[in-house]
Ligand binder design. Structure first.
Ligand code: HEM
Length: 359
């Protein structure tokens, strides 16, 4: 196994100049076989086929174009987000990560995948509830398995996702692994904003005025970081995909030298800037570092031909959800509290927290 941690090495691994698209897809599909076997994913993430890739990425781009910040779909998404946060706020208390998972899933399904549904629709459980579906995905991501069978997941998702966006009518393709990345980013944003006032204020401004312009505006009068700078810094420090691995079909002698699997260490490489130099205080959360160049290198959305098609819209989307959560979990009606001290053993920044109702 060979771990890539520098800007040039990661770029070379994710966009190798001498490897054609079919071979790249084959490598990714090999690494993702478990997605197919355990969850029943059939999209480009598990397929060698260039046609499947073009169709899936095309339908994702079309889907996202309907909820861009300048579209009527975005206005509806803002309402759906407010309603989802309201709906999942606990009557007494609940685990913070579970809350963010349910809210993000609901917004993804109702706000993006079902654009014609009433904006206040509730996803009713016939077999599995939203909390059960989202915890099955989480369990899968953490352990590589889940106690819920693909057929139960599929039949529940089919109840909720009525449109056939993906051409092959497999709703799990439109939910996993997309939503799994999104909720992790949302959770990390809320935690960073709670710890750092410089990050909180631009997000609350964006909550009041969720426009593209506001997202990118420096905060007057202190010219502090914009909401976009905050999200970039969260993505730098807490990338939802921490590493990308590919089993390269290298000749045997090179496999001995370099290992069978190449890993792009996203977290490590984001401690450098675009010019390949180490940034100052890489372990510190400093959104202001995005205000002037050279900017930190960002690989949170991958690189090369398989780069994420959502990289331009996911930051504003995540900021919208996080800011609406912060607006309601504000220490008045509900508060975010630490329920266990995970200390330095915590794998994720959002562990050990609960959302509690105040009265
Ligand atoms: C925080 C949010 C997200 C992060 C951090 C993220 C990250 C990534 C990364 C690292 C890859 C590259 C995978 C690889 O090289 O093997 C990727 C690919 C992809 N992402 Fe995202 N993603 C996010 C959200 C989304 C969303 C919201 C969508 C869909 C609407 C999406 C759709 C895709 C697709 C279809 C690919 C495959 C692209 C291709 O095969 O050409 N992602 N994403």
């Amino acid at each position: 196994m060979s771990r890539r941690t520098t800007v040039d090495a990661v770029k070379e691994m994710l966009g190798p100049p001498d490897i054609a698209m079919p071979a790249l897809l084959t490598m990714r599909a090999k690494e993702n076989r478990h997605l197919e076997h355990i969850l029943g994913v059939t999209s480009t993430f598990v397929s060698e086929d260039t046609g499947t890739h073009a169709d899936f990425v095309g339908s994702i781009r079309e889907l996202l174009s309907g909820v861009g910040t300048k579209t009527p779909g975005w206005k509806r998404l803002v309402r759906v987000t407010e309603q989802a946060v309201n709906h999942f706020l606990p009557a007494t208390s609940c685990d913070f990560a579970t809350f963010i998972r349910c809210v993000t899933f609901h917004i993804w399904v109702v706000g993006v995948l079902n654009p014609d549904a009433p904006q206040d629709v509730i996803l009713q459980s016939t077999d599995l509830s939203v909390a059960q579906v989202t915890s099955a995905f989480f369990e899968f991501n953490e352990t590589g398995g889940t106690g819920v069978t693909p057929s139960r997941l599929h039949s529940t998702l089919k109840e909720w996702i009525t449109c056939d966006r993906d051409g092959n009518n497999n709703p799990v393709n439109l939910v996993f692994p997309v939503y799994e990345k999104l909720w992790r980013l949302v959770a990390a944003i809320v935690i960073c904003a709670q710890r750092c006032p410089v990050a909180k204020n631009p997000l609350l401004d964006f909550c009041d005025n969720p426009t593209e312009r506001q997202f990118r505006s420096s905060r007057a009068p202190d010219h502090g970081p914009s909401a976009a700078d905050v999200i970039n810094e969260v993505l730098r420090m807490y990338p939802p995909v921490q590493e990308i691995s590919r089993p390269y079909g290298l000749p045997l002698w090179q496999t001995v030298q370099m290992g069978r699997v190449q890993i792009a260490d996203i977290k490590a490489v984001q401690e450098f800037n675009e010019e390949g130099e180490r940034i100052q205080e890489p372990q510190a959360f400093i959104p202001g570092r995005w205000q002037s160049g050279p900017k930190p290198a960002i690989f949170a959305f991958g690189d090369g031909p398989l780069r994420c098609p959502a990289e331009h819209c996911a930051p504003a989307f995540a900021a919208l959800i996080a800011s609406k959560v912060m607006d309601r979990v504000n220490g008045v009606g509900h508060k975010l509290e630490r329920i266990s001290d995970t200390g330095s053993t915590a794998q994720y920044c959002w562990e050990g927290r609960a959302v509690r109702r105040m009265y």
